[in-house]
Design a protein around this ligand. Structure first.
Ligand code: NDP
Length: 329
């Protein structure tokens, strides 16, 4: 059986991607076959498709780091035909065919059942970005941050992780300060629940002082680089910073003073290889702690072929919120 898929190939160090008719017999090994409903476009997908970083390790490969859909057949005891499932990360779009296709054969241990009343579309409106935002919120909670302890900062607030982090934290009662380079989208950020908006330039330049006035009880940082260093320097006594991204830089040239003078926690967040119990905890919380209307307001939906027109806008930061891909459109 043939189905529609995007397929990335590499020639002379150049990655190119096209829409193809893919044969189900050519899918890779796995014990669960999924009829894909939706995938998404994340920053990592843009890194893969532009070849800005070597995300795809095996060519030709179907890209797409996440998917949601319905199980068609399974020899894995944990899943049966008809189960609604979501997959974020693991080896997708790295060494295994990914989600930007109408079918996927994957390892059952990579799948999570979609919880509660969430639809397959909700699961991808959330996608890897929203699931990562929830991992960041859980990291702050685990480090003892609560809404009474003060403001929380979200960097890259107009992006996918940032938008969903703002929505979750505000629903949980936090006073959220959103840092952005695109103040023209302030109304959108306020509608997601941001109480205050600051220019990301306030945080993006290296500073001389290793520690600054205390501002944040918690931080969700997608930027890395000087932004992360400055956020750490402004974090309050016993506060925490969840670091998940490198939108500014993967460098971290800072001081230990926030850790040893203010007992600040720097919590790393990885979504790709997170163990199943951590994933399930995040997905269960996403089913309850994210306002569906706010989630919908972050979404722009496109079809499979349109991915080829949109992915280049992501790394320059021209896309707002979440891009959901209806692979059957
Ligand atoms: P998006 O492209 O949707 O958002 C990134 C946002 O970062 C932009 O919208 C922009 O926000 C901000 N930004 C861009 N350039 C800079 C800069 N130079 N300095 C400061 N901020 C900047 O990406 P995602 O939300 O999908 O991902 C965000 C980051 O998180 C990426 O680095 C991604 O690789 C990482 N990530 C990591 C995961 C993990 O498992 N650790 C999982 C998912 C994502 P604005 O316009 O508001 O300024």
């Amino acid at each position: 059986m043939k189905f529609k898929a995007l397929l990335s190939s590499k020639t002379n160090d150049r990655v190119s991607t096209e829409l193809v008719d893919f044969d189900e017999a050519d899918l890779m090994d796995g014990d669960v076959l999924v009829q894909v409903d939706y995938s998404t476009l994340n920053y990592k997908d843009a890194l893969a498709l532009t070849n800005e970083r070597p995300v795809i390790q095996k060519f030709p490969l179907i890209p797409g780091i996440d998917l949601s859909g319905v199980v068609v057949e399974s020899s894995n005891a944990g899943f049966k035909a008809g189960d609604r499932v979501v997959l974020n990360g693991w080896d997708l779009s790295m060494g295994h065919h990914g989600g930007l296709a109408q079918r996927a054969r994957v390892r059952g241990e990579w799948l999570n059942k979609i919880p509660g009343n969430l639809t397959t579309r909700d699961a991808m409106a959330i996608g890897t970005a929203g699931y990562t935002a929830m991992l960041c919120v859980l990291a702050l909670e685990d480090a003892g941050v609560t809404s009474e302890k003060g403001d929380v900062l979200v960097t890259g607030a107009n992006g996918g992780v940032g938008s969903i982090a703002v929505a979750i934290l505000s629903k949980l009662g936090y006073r959220v300060v959103a840092a952005t380079g695109r103040p023209e989208h302030s109304a959108y950020l306020h509608s997601l629940g941001a109480a205050e908006i600051i220019d990301r330039a306030e945080l993006s330049e290296p500073r001389k002082k290793p520690i600054s006035a205390e501002r944040w009880a918690g931080v969700v940082d997608v930027a890395g680089g000087p932004t992360l260093v400055n956020a750490l320097a402004e974090t309050r006594y016993r506060g925490a910073v969840a670091a998940c991204g490198l939108a500014q830089s993967d460098a971290l040239h800072g001081s230990v003073l926030p850790f040893i003078l203010r007992n600040v926690t720097l919590a790393g967040v990885d979504s790709v290889n997170a163990p199943q119990d951590v994933r399930q905890r995040a997905w269960d919380r996403l089913a309850t702690d994210l306002d569906p209307q706010k989630l919908e307001s972050t979404v722009q939906q496109i079809g499979l072929a349109e991915v080829l027109e949109v992915y280049e806008q992501i790394i320059p930061g021209k896309v707002r919120g979440r891009i959901v891909v209806d692979v059957n459109a």
